[in-house]
Design a binder for this molecule. Sequence first.
Ligand code: TXA
Ligand code: MG
Length: 345
Amino acid sequence: MLIGGTATGQTQVLDGFNAASIDRAVSILRSGGLVAFPTETVYGLGADGLNQIAVAKIFEAKGRPSTNPLILHVPHVEAARPLASHWPDLAARLAEKFWPGPLTIILPASEMVPGIVRAGNPSVALRSPNHPVALELLNAFGGPLAAPSANKTTETSPTKPEHVLRSMGGRVNLILDGGRTPSGIESTIIDLTASPPILLRPGPIPPSELEAILGDMARFEGAVSANSIQAAPGMSRRHYAPMASLTLHEPSDLVKKLIAFQQASDEKIAVVVLGDCVELPPGCNHKRLPDDPNQVSSRLYAVLHDLDSQGYQRILFQRPPSTDDWLAVRDRLDRASDVEADDAL
Ligand code: TXA
Ligand code: MG
């Protein structure tokens, strides 16, 4: 049954801000189906987090290795607590300050959490997303939702419903349309099972704000190969990659590299620059993003999706500064980039 909205294959797209759409989503989730929903970071591909058969459908739909665990999403701290075997003071303080919000906390799992969600690990990832549609859905569903980003494994995460439809159309029962996601990159992940806690994935929350609560915090410096055993299994290189080959270049090198690439092949090339310190040759296909890390994170994936859909084969991206405020953007660009091509020129 379709309550208004559009359908592609077996995928419905409904207005997420509508109560009837939430009802429809809840009934799909209760019967073990998949619902994509907006969060403040990226769209999630949700299933009943306590139903192993439903969770297995997430892995299948994404083509995700079963060794890569999922985040359980909850509406508030009280819903998170039973999912952890204990709730340390640091978890309470982080949740108090950052939930609902773009922070995922790794804690020892309770017996409630199915092994498939944890990929067999003793820990579980918990997050309370700060988005009205996600919170409405979580409250109405009344249980945790397992949800990775709603894209096929190794593709760029979706920040708009049309990105979800392009990647997952026919593989998800319903997409709740909440428009563009505001933060635009995935949540910050902090592992509290380690001492000191480890920042596993930089994200919208600046490291300094975490350090203010945690004191000592280690950083996971990990572009690790896809098959190795690792702290956050999804943190492999080229995990966030666009279809085009992406290379990173210092502002002073960018134009030189562009000319070299243009002379070496007939590829359709786009350049992405930050602010106005790089002067580009006339006629060069380019996007100019603001020289501001928050604005770049919020638009980064949408720019990559757009360039892919416009058929660009190569993206030359200006390397962001190496300061902490650019950490999350740098991390995603490093993972999206094609090191070999950069070395080749
Ligand atoms: O912003 C986000 O976090 C989005 C939205 C939908 O909430 N979700 C997301 O999920 O990015 P996903 O599955 O694409 O990335 C979650 C990351 C993966 O790298 C996974 O390996 C890691 O979290 N992870 C999940 N459970 C873990 C655990 N128990 N221990 C270590 N890493 C874990
Ligand atoms: Mg993902």
